[in-house]
Design a protein around this ligand. Structure first.
Ligand SMILES: [Zn+2]
Length: 344
């Protein structure tokens, strides 16, 4: 999907915190940018990188001039002093990537006054990568700024955290989120046919993280997710085998599977606590399970999701992890009573 150009208005407040420090010459060399999945952390970091290399940012809000050499290179997506380091194949950031990062950090900038390093995401570093990155953070060169992204709820090593200033991008309210989403969907060339109900549901599922809601409405995510929930229901009733049930989850990918399982398990905990779940489509099934299980079962499931995340760090088989979680869910179904005809 093409990078959206619609401004994310909820970025204005955290952004002005940074530009105020920049104006005073107090920009920290490392920022840890946190926020829920789908609030646009990467976009925030990219926009900030642009400001930090522009030769003449305009006004109090430090808007990139759009005319200098740096702005041209950013627009062409070929700026040599801005680099991204992200997990490959939605796993972890590897040590080789951090070695490349460290070499880049000590080299002189090629065209800008400083180099910008974006680590997307700092909560997906394995222990070796994190330790290697720590060295760069401990001995920063004057002309480098590190922007580390962290998804809410995913831990970053305390040693890394302590060497960064933290900045949180808050999730916008429902109106702001809907407005942005509508703007994206109305964009010329976007061929997404989402009904008003689809939009509302995507926003609710994304807990009003607009970028995530958009992701739900594009591609085959919604269809795959429906299929996964449908087969999950049938698996709970022992209508399909665990390997059949795992198939649509495999298509969704390990990260999304774990995330969905986490949403359902925390919805189960919410319903048991008397609140409403976030995923309306799963509400009937979760409501039923909430009524026949003690509250600790939901927390056991949340632990299992966490274990699944750690297992994937060590290259566990994602399909087996999905099956393991599905079986654990099935354990929440009441044992079927014998039919009267079988009782004798
Ligand atoms: Zn510029």
């Amino acid at each position: 999907m093409a990078q959206s150009q619609n401004p994310m208005s909820w970025h204005a407040a955290p952004r002005s915190q940074v530009t105020a420090r920049l104006a005073k010459g107090q920009l920290p060399h490392a920022l840890l940018i946190g926020g829920e999945r789908g609030v646009g952390k990467r976009r925030f970091a990219d926009d900030l990188a642009h400001v930090l290399v522009c030769e003449q940012p305009l006004g109090e809000d430090a808007v990139p001039c759009g005319r200098c050499k740096q702005c041209e290179l950013i627009a062409a997506d070929t700026h040599p002093d801005v680099r991204h380091y992200a997990p490959e194949k939605s796993r972890m950031i590897k040590i080789d990537q951090i070695r490349a990062l460290s070499a880049f950090a000590v080299a002189s900038p090629q065209v800008a006054q400083r180099k910008i390093i974006i680590v997307d995401r700092a909560d997906q570093l394995n222990i070796n990568s994190a330790n290697a990155l720590l060295k760069t953070l401990e001995e920063p060169t004057a002309d480098v700024v590190l922007l580390l992204l962290q998804e809410t709820g995913r831990p970053v090593l305390p040693t890394l955290r302590s060497r960064c200033q933290s900045l949180i991008i808050a999730t916008p309210g429902v109106e702001t989120a809907s407005e942005w989403l509508a703007g994206e969907l109305d964009q010329e060339g976007t061929k997404i046919t989402a009904t008003a109900d689809d939009r509302r549901q995507a926003l609710e599922m994304a807990r009003f993280a607009p970028r995530l809601a958009l992701e739900y409405l594009t591609g085959d995510y919604l269809a795959l997710r429906r299929e996964a929930l449908d087969v999950f229901r049938r698996f709970m009733k022992s209508e399909v085998s665990v390997s059949q049930a795992a198939r649509p989850f495999k298509a969704l990918g390990a990260e999304t599977t774990l995330w969905l399982m986490e949403v359902w398990a925390s919805d189960l905990a919410r319903i048991q606590a008397g609140a409403e779940g976030r995923d309306r489509e799963a509400a009937d099934m979760l409501g039923f399970l909430a009524g026949v299980n003690p509250p600790w079962r939901a927390h056991e499931l949340l632990d299992a999701v966490r274990e699944g995340r750690s297992a994937l760090v060590y290259n566990a088989n994602p399909e087996l992890e999905a099956e393991r979680l599905l079986l654990q869910w099935q354990g929440l179904m009441p044992v079927r009573r014998r039919r009267p005809s079988q009782a004798h």
